[in-house]
Ligand binder design. Structure first.
Ligand code: XMP
Length: 516
């Protein structure tokens, strides 16, 4: 996509907060483009899209500690309004000559902030004076910068919000981006529209046409593209979009790596038959099983599978006449979690972190800056069938990262059966569309059981069902107990290898959705 439609948006500098992506989502909910940069990104890069405002995220560090990240002078000199949240606020206070110290108590969770409405600040437009907000900090601003207006205080923090130079700089000690902060959206909206004067021009319909133009510019008139189609929402929407741009210069390759769910290769190929795409089906399951044999480390598994994927694409692309481009359905959270925005590598999503350096094709990733719900909406706009759009996400490395312990065919088969039973129960209960993702994990943990007076010693299946809006955070889905019990009974009865079923009720954070 070219820069034109990003112009005038909001840039977010990431100081490591778990909520940084949420800030970006909130801004986009107002149809304003937002982009996240690592805190040390070159200034010229940050301002390439000519942002109308900059938000400094929170972060885990302490201003008072050695080596804490500083703020580039250029940010404040650039001239657009700056909003600092939590650590971002402390950074601004410090930079402008205020004083930040370790607080006596720290504030975590819900806190009431009293705002001084008499200041008449734009950020307070339409907000009552007492508001429950979400705090998560230890350091506090004990002396605001000279000339700053303190417009919010909590019980333990007399400076919970300050404004400087007529709202050119605003600091909020709490997190307006999280749901638990009342009127958080209103405050962000006031910053974006009333203070930064952004236009709501991030429309997905426009995005589609501009993206199609962008793809036509990027890909030469005679160049060909191969797409790794997985049967999931992201790659399917990416393929549908690119096919609109380049027509039959796109070939899709559906690789069955042997880590698909029960009957998936067949049903996915049937679904693709209804679309205007040329899809080649490659069964490479033996190759993948061989490559993964004896590999136990989650990262090693992901990288091995990612690399083999590309090799299979390359050879298939060669077989069908060559291609200059590899199209992938990479989306924004994949990029973030693979550490490509500057944070920690949580896990290498095979389509981001697992690519070999000597790959011969160029990468085309038109969805790279979108969140999943945006991809689903774009899919609907360009006519992708609801059957695809409603499917639960499925990781690129497939069941290989849900099969803990040795990844062997008989264990994968058992996992496929258990998974199909669990999903069958969820569908029968009419709950499939309400859940972000539900699946089984096979654990190499054996336990003793008894069936028909006979001792059993089987492995463990873990059931996982989560609700989420973008997979950046997730909560355990509260399934009816009868459903869980029925699934457990059926799994132990129908899958001989499994002797016990447990339920994973961990949220994200602290766990991730997938186990590996
Ligand atoms: P985690 O486990 O990181 O997963 O909480 C977040 C979401 O991403 C999916 N996921 C992947 N998707 N390639 C993908 O296309 C991958 O390598 C991959 N790993 C995880 C996961 O299923 C969840 O929806």
């Amino acid at each position: 996509m070219d820069c034109k439609d990003k112009r005038g948006g909001i840039v977010i500098l990431d100081f490591g907060s778990q909520y940084t992506q949420l800030i970006a989502r909130r801004v986009r909910e107002f149809e304003v483009y937002s982009e996240i940069f690592p805190r040390n990104a070159p200034f010229s890069k940050i301002t390439e899209s000519r942002p109308k405002g900059i938000i400094l995220s929170g972060g885990p560090m302490s201003i008072t500690g050695a080596g804490s990240p500083a703020l580039d002078d250029a940010i404040l000199e650039y001239g657009v309004p700056v909003l600092g949240i939590c650590y971002g606020m402390q950074l601004l206070a410090h930079k402008l000559g205020g004083r930040v110290e370790k607080g006596r108590l720290g504030e975590y969770g819900r806190t009431t902030v009293r705002f001084d409405k008499s200041t008449g600040l734009k950020i307070l437009g339409g907000i009552p004076s007492d508001v429950n907000v979400w705090m998560s900090h230890w350091d506090e601003v004990i002396r605001p910068p000279e000339g700053a207006v303190v417009f919010g205080a909590s019980e333990f923090g007399p400076c919970a919000a300050f404004s400087f130079d007529n709202e050119r700089v605003t600091g909020l000690q709490f997190h307006p981006e999280v749901e638990s902060t009342e009127y958080g959206r209103e405050m962000l909206s006031a910053f974006i529209f009333d203070i930064c004067a952004c236009e709501p021009n991030w429309k997905l319909g426009d995005w589609v046409s501009r993206s199609i133009d962008g793809i036509r510019e990027q890909v030469g008139p005679s160049e060909r593209i191969v797409c790794g189609l997985s049967g999931g929402v992201d790659s399917t929407v990416a393929a549908a979009l690119v096919s609109k741009a380049v027509g039959d210069r796109l070939d899709c390759i559906f690789v069955d790596h042997g880590f698909m769910r029960k009957d998936e290769p067949k049903s996915v190929m049937e679904m693709y038959r209804g679309m205007d795409l040329r899809v080649h089906h490659v069964n490479a399951s033996e190759k993948f099983l061989g490559a993964i044999s004896g590999v136990f480390s989650p990262e090693r598994k992901r990288k091995t599978i990612g690399e083999l994927f590309v090799r299979v694409f390359e050879s298939e692309a060669c077989r069908i006449g060559g291609a200059e481009w590899l199209l992938q359905g990479t989306i924004y959270p994949d990029v973030i979690e693979s550490g490509h925005v500057g944070g920690d590598v949580i896990k290498s999503h095979h389509n981001v972190g697992g690519l070999p350096e000597d790959m011969s094709m160029k990468l085309l990733e038109p969805l790279r800056e979108l969140f999943k719900d945006e991809v689903r909406r774009i899919g609907a706009l360009i006519g992708v069938s609801g059957d695809f759009l409603k499917r639960h996400p499925f990781p690129g490395p497939g069941l290989a990262i849900r099969c803990l312990g040795p990844v062997e065919k008989h264990r994968l088969d058992a996992l496929r059966e258990a998974d199909a039973i669990f999903l069958d129960e969820i569908r029968t209960a009419g709950l499939y569309d309400e859940i972000w993702q539900a699946f089984c994990v096979l654990l190499p943990v054996k336990s003793v059981g008894v069936a028909g007076d006979v001792r059993t010693y089987g492995e463990t299946a873990a059931l996982r069902a989560v609700t989420s809006s973008d997979a950046m955070t997730a909560s355990s889905a509260r399934l009816p107990w009868e459903l869980i019990e029925r699934a457990a009974k059926r799994i132990c009865g129908e899958v001989p290898m499994v002797g016990r079923v447990v339920m994973d009720v961990t949220g994200k954070p602290p766990a991730t959705i997938e186990w590996e």
